[in-house]
Design a protein around this ligand. Structure first.
Ligand code: ATP
Ligand code: MG
Length: 414
């Protein structure tokens, strides 16, 4: 689990702010999910034979002996929330959430045991239009973040549960014939979840897969039509994408559309956003049949992409320096007056004393454009000395009453 230092946190905040603005502009509503849910919910929704449930969950028994799990993903919780609150059947919903998620994985660049996701889940819309909206929306966000050039969209259709089952059999038959050459992980998956083998990072396994049957050959007519319409709409806006028949996603609940946004700039951890359709999920947890579609993006990976070129977020505008007991008191009060007048100005007060010289060094290092200086004389005369730190100007004495006006006029110019 990683610590986020101020600069990293600023990058995360920047991404979140941009994402929130884009999500609101599409009419998506934020929900809050518990960080802990019943273990049963995840094994049922995500699937017993997935990586997540098999080996990545942080589960524990509470004082009642009930098994609980730190959420490894957000779709299960959202579906539960929607169902429990009567928000699915015969309704249209566009939800989003943000926060920490937990998976027991091997930590490496772009892969942590606690990571941040922003997720989106939509209910009640069966057609490809909403799928396309999600891709337009994410694409818009990459543009806002200035990383669209580094990301490509890969799409696939998984068809219905039935067509996937037929494909699973065909793939298992094909791979069983070359069983002896499969890597250990893939061999284990051959019976439980052969589709996951398509995701294997082992080169030899990827070579074996070259002649394997493709999922697309097993699609039902409805899924084919859905996928064709989706591609047609994408082409109309000329949003580039690649159809990648190998994309299956690691969770059991998907059907029809699945997609990933991928970068080559982060090594093996290249997927920054992934999602798809899960039309059977609400029914599976006991609700009335309701189509669903969603995605989740990983903020940690997006932050790694943005960090090298991140110019910094909030800057200090004004540094208040003061020497002498009265002046130090006055500095705190003056800073409050400024904040009352102009809440958008960032004021940093020199707390902790020090000589003027060292205080002005700190003022300079803070990046502030103005220093306000208070000594015993200024306090006695109800004045403040103003020093422009980014230009060689005279210091000025102005009256404390006029400081608000002075700052509004002078900070706007810079
Ligand atoms: P991967 O193939 O990289 O393991 P995944 O398919 O397990 O990803 P999802 O469950 O689809 O990932 O989660 C959506 C996004 O959340 C991922 O694309 C990624 O950006 C991010 N993510 C998932 N697991 C982690 C992790 N352990 N650390 C950091 N980010 C993660
Ligand atoms: Mg994973």
């Amino acid at each position: 689990m990683q610590d986020l230092l101020p600069r990293q946190k600023e990058v995360f905040r920047f991404i979140e702010d941009k994402a929130r603005a884009v999500l609101y502009s599409y009419g998506y509503q934020e929900i809050g999910l518990p960080v802990i849910e019943s273990t049963h919910l995840f094994s049922r929704v995500v699937g017993e034979n997935t990586d997540i449930v098999e080996k990545e969950m942080y589960s524990f028994d509470d004082r009642n002996g009930e098994s609980l799990t730190l959420r490894p993903e957000g779709t299960a919780g959202t579906v539960r929330l929607a169902e429990e609150n009567g928000l699915t059947f015969n309704q249209i919903q566009r939800f989003w959430y943000a926060g920490p998620f937990f998976r027991y994985e091997r930590p490496q660049k772009g892969r942590y045991r606690q990571f941040e996701q922003i997720g989106v889940e939509c209910f009640g819309m069966p057609g490809p239009d909403i799928d396309v909206e999600l891709m337009f929306m994410t694409s818009r966000l990459w543009q806002e973040l200035g990383i669209s050039g580094d990301l490509r969209l890969e799409l696939n259709s998984l068809g219905t549960a039935e067509s996937r089952a037929r494909y699973r059999t065909a793939l298992r038959d094909y791979l069983s014939a070359v069983k002896g050459e499969l890597d250990e992980d893939s061999l284990r998956r051959l019976d439980s979840n052969p589709l996951r083998i398509l995701d294997s990072k082992v080169e030899k396994t990827q070579d074996l897969l070259k002649g394997a049957p493709l999922l697309g050959e097993f699609l039902d007519p409805d899924s084919t039509e859905h996928f064709e319409q989706l591609c047609r709409l994408m082409d109309k806006r000329q949003l580039p994408y690649v159809v990648n028949p190998r994309i299956v996603r690691g969770l059991d609940y998907y059907n029809k559309t699945v997609f990933e946004w991928i970068t080559d700039s982060l090594g093996a951890q290249g997927t920054v956003c992934g999602g798809g359709r899960y039309d059977g999920l609400v029914e599976q947890i006991g609700g009335k049949s309701t189509p669903g579609v969603g995605f989740a993006m990983g903020l940690d990976r997006l932050a790694l992409m943005l960090e090298p070129n991140f110019g910094g977020g909030r800057q200090t505008d004004v540094y208040v320096a003061a020497v002498g007991d009265n002046a130090r008191e006055r500095a705190l009060l003056l800073a409050e007056d400024i904040r009352d007048l102009s809440p958008s100005i960032t004021v940093l007060v020199n707390c902790g004393g020090g000589k003027f010289k060292s205080q002005l060094k700190k003022a300079d290092a803070s990046g502030a454009s103005l220093a306000l200086i208070l000594g015993e004389d200024e306090v006695a005369n109800g004045q403040v000395t103003v020093k422009h730190l980014r230009e060689s100007g005279e210091q000025k004495l102005i009256s404390s009453d006029g400081i608000g006006k002075y700052l509004t006029e002078n900070l706007q110019k810079e």
